[in-house]
Design a protein around this ligand. Sequence first.
Ligand code: GLC
Length: 430
Amino acid sequence: MRYLLLFLLSLSTRTLLPGQSSDTHMQWFQDAKLGIFIHWGIYAVDGIDESWSFFNKYLSYEDYMKQTTGFTAEKYQPKAWVDLIEKSGARYAVLTTKHHDGVALWDTKAGELNVVKQTPAQRDLVGPFVEEMRTKNLKVGLYYSLSDWSHPDYPLHRSQEYRYQPKDDPARWARFLSFQRQQLRELSTQYKPDLYWFDGDWEHDAATWKSEELRKELKAALPNVILNSRLAGYGDYATPENGVPILPPDNPYWELCLTMNDSWGYQPNDHTYKSVNQIIRIFADCLSMGGNLLLDIGPKADGTIPEEQVAILEGLGRWTKKHQEAIYGTRAGLPTGHFYGPTTLSADSQTLYLFVPHRPNGPLVIKGLKNKVNRIRVVGQATKLSHEIFSKYYWSEVPGLLYIDVPAYTQAEEVTVIAVQLKGKVALHR
Ligand code: GLC
């Protein structure tokens, strides 16, 4: 209850940003829960860190840029990508249109550095993907790095040294911003994204980026577009990276971006893939706190998706398909202390979903639940489960301990999910 109150309070006290009419434009995002992040760029040719490998001087800028000659995209099949994305259970995807290295994946007219002019791919790679996504009614997110370590007017040189400070050469900085705005106008008009995923904002403050103005411009072109947080304070939702928050972030809208192994882009020598089970548990942790998971894949330079990544998305898809009702459109579950594991609540707050990350060696227990229970069942197989209430004293306000037995034959291959149908909206004793 306290959490609900805090949540309502945070909604009412949250100041609206320019162009932010209400929270209704966030609805699809909040209900979607799973997105796929796609890091695709010339860095897949040698299988090295995107942009950072030259910035951190693991190799020279010239050697990094030589990868352009190997970026063929010859087996790129956007339909196959989108089929797989849909199969995983994701409702949106975010494609890198330009990383910090400055190489655009579309035919930008703002500059020469793009895959159409500089690589054997020789064509726009963004458009065909966007079209396929639309045919499946999936939402389209475009990643765009505000920083650009290749552009001659960008202050931070690829050698990690500053060419100049924006305040000392406003005309040069203005030139860079106008290049950036032109690229963004191209993306908005050509692809009409549902979401922009900015990155690299940490190199300058909001005043230097002119974030407020940029936000207004983007929302004027696309009134419902959603902006991630990396706009120096002018975004719509928080983006924790590679670590499930321990407590829910302040912003009620958030998304954990997560690598499957330890790399964003394709790196054949990185075999540290998390298992499907581990990814499902991380996903359940996000759901439990009302957040989304943006799970990353890194296609190869020829446009194919590495086998390990396909297998993970398919495994995840088997689980999301079976457990849909506990995932999409749900809200954050119980605050910690009531159940050993992640939980979600249906939009009407009358069904509580329990995620069982380990094989139980005894009954599950819920503490401090005031509601009467109508029925308990295993999600995805309709088996009913019995329950017992212990330690409920007639003279005490404190609800008893609700025990649910989950026999082995009801347990799912990965994380089992139990639906507890409550009488009325969830009510907690803290
Ligand atoms: C980081 C990195 C970048 C990656 C991004 C994804 O900010 O700069 O390489 O694309 O996170 O979240």
